[in-house]
Design a protein around this ligand. Structure first.
Ligand SMILES: NC(=O)c1ccc[n+]([C@@H]2O[C@H](COP(=O)([O-])OP(=O)(O)OC[C@H]3O[C@@H](n4cnc5c(N)ncnc54)[C@H](O)[C@@H]3O)[C@@H](O)[C@H]2O)c1
Length: 382
């Protein structure tokens, strides 16, 4: 039978809708939100929990499912960047394969930091081509950043997040009490992402950080002021992410701090956390912006003063123009052929650069080091 048909066109739309929901006493049996998307009593759940969270809250978590009559397979995951691998991804898939769950009404539950929610989100996105899943961030990085959007994935071949997917969660559950046990280094790691957001889009958030940041870090964001800071950071982050969930637009303000940091972060020799690498990128960026007269000396001074007050001590000796330039080249591939480097123009606003040079990065690093040397000398003189 002959046909002159040469084309079939398929068009479909899938809307995305999920809540980012603040909650308390998440593991108290009266709280039902963790059972969203399925039966509130009975049924099954595949739960992956970060090792540190398990250490502090394991018994409560287990008792929660017992009290609700839910048959839960709880897998403890070690957390930390070195576990964001194809091997841990496969291990989780095998565990899941051995514990049958319904495709629609028994969502996977991911409880942990950004590493865990990224890996488990990718498991959920891949298994049977996609199962519903719930994210419960337990680090500040997860709380204000990693859990909020729809990107999931693992590191591969020495590259960060090289394999992954866009997979919207069913719901994101924010329970601030997890932050109480978070080590200070990891709290500050998350704070670096808040600083990023403040510099690039929200000078009022910057001012709040100046006023309430130090005590909020000291009390793990437990006070009303800490709450207000987190709310503003989350709102700002979601304002940036929500209209561009699939990154059809590659010119993104939230990429501030994520251009030159990439190579620093993947270097095992340096042992930098994500936010720590982002902060080094931010400092090089503001130094570069200062040289282009996009920031005043006062702006740059405020950023350094804020970091100091928060107790963050970036190690500028780790800065390496070659590595940072190589990162920019990789980002050009990632950003479809253009640099698209977000750069602040005054605190709270930004433009995008496409003409950053290797020499500029070198000069920016040298200026940063000279600046800190001078302030050290001044401190010694006093
Ligand atoms: N998907 C995204 O859009 C997105 C955005 C930003 C960052 N990320 C990813 O997030 C990852 C970093 O996340 P992270 O900083 O949360 O790291 P992480 O998940 O490794 O957690 C940091 C450490 O804290 C421990 N921990 C977790 N919760 C704790 C708690 N409540 N108390 C005590 N210890 C606890 C973990 O065991 C781990 O050792 C990176 O891989 C980064 O690429 C993803």
């Amino acid at each position: 039978m002959s046909t002159d048909r040469t084309r079939w066109q398929i068009r479909a739309e899938r809307s995305i809708e999920y809540d980012v929901l603040k909650t308390r006493d998440l593991f108290s049996p009266e709280n039902e939100v963790m059972l969203s998307g399925g039966k509130r009593n009975g049924g099954r759940r595949f739960v992956v929990v970060d090792g540190a969270v398990w250490h502090y809250h394991g018994e409560m978590l287990r008792s929660y499912f017992v009290a609700r009559g839910v048959d839960a397979r709880i897998v403890v995951f070690p957390g930390a960047e070195e576990h964001k691998t194809i091997e841990t991804f496969q291990d989780l898939l095998r565990e899941l394969d051995a514990f049958p769950i319904h495709r629609h009404d028994e969502p996977i539950i991911a409880i942990g930091g950004g590493v865990l929610t990224d890996v488990v989100g990718f498991v959920a996105a891949s298994y049977r081509r996609g199962l519903p899943y719930i994210k419960v961030p337990t680090t500040l990085m997860g709380y204000v950043d990693a859990s909020l959007g729809i990107k999931v994935g693992i590191n591969f071949n020495g590259n960060k997040n090289r394999i992954g997917a866009f997979a919207a969660p069913l719901v994101v559950l924010l329970d601030k009490t997890f932050l109480r046990t978070l080590p200070r280094r990891h709290l500050l790691n998350g704070v670096c992402e808040i600083i990023k957001l403040a510099i690039i889009r929200d000078v009022q958030l910057f001012e709040r950080l100046e006023i309430d940041g130090p005590t909020s870090v000291a009390n793990s964001f437990g006070s009303a002021a800490g709450d207000a800071l987190l709310d503003r950071a989350i709102t700002g982050m979601l304002d940036e992410l929500a209209p561009n969930l699939y990154e059809g637009e590659l010119t993104r303000r939230v990429d501030f701090g994520h251009t030159f940091s990439y190579g620093l972060e993947v270097s095992p020799r340096l042992d930098l956390l994500h936010g720590e690498a982002v902060l080094l990128d931010i400092l090089v960026s503001i130094s570069l912006a200062r040289r282009r007269d996009m920031l005043t000396e006062r702006d740059v001074g405020r950023v350094f003063a804020l970091i100091g007050r928060l107790g963050i001590q970036p190690d500028l000796s780790l800065l390496d123009a070659g590595v940072m330039w190589a990162s920019l080249l990789d980002r050009i591939e990632h950003r479809n052929g253009e640099q698209r480097v977000p750069m602040p123009v005054g605190l709270g606003r930004c433009v995008f650069l496409n003409d950053v040079t290797f020499q500029e990065i070198e000069v920016a690093i040298a200026a940063l080091r000279a600046r800190t040397d001078t302030s050290r000398e001044r401190a010694l003189e006093r």
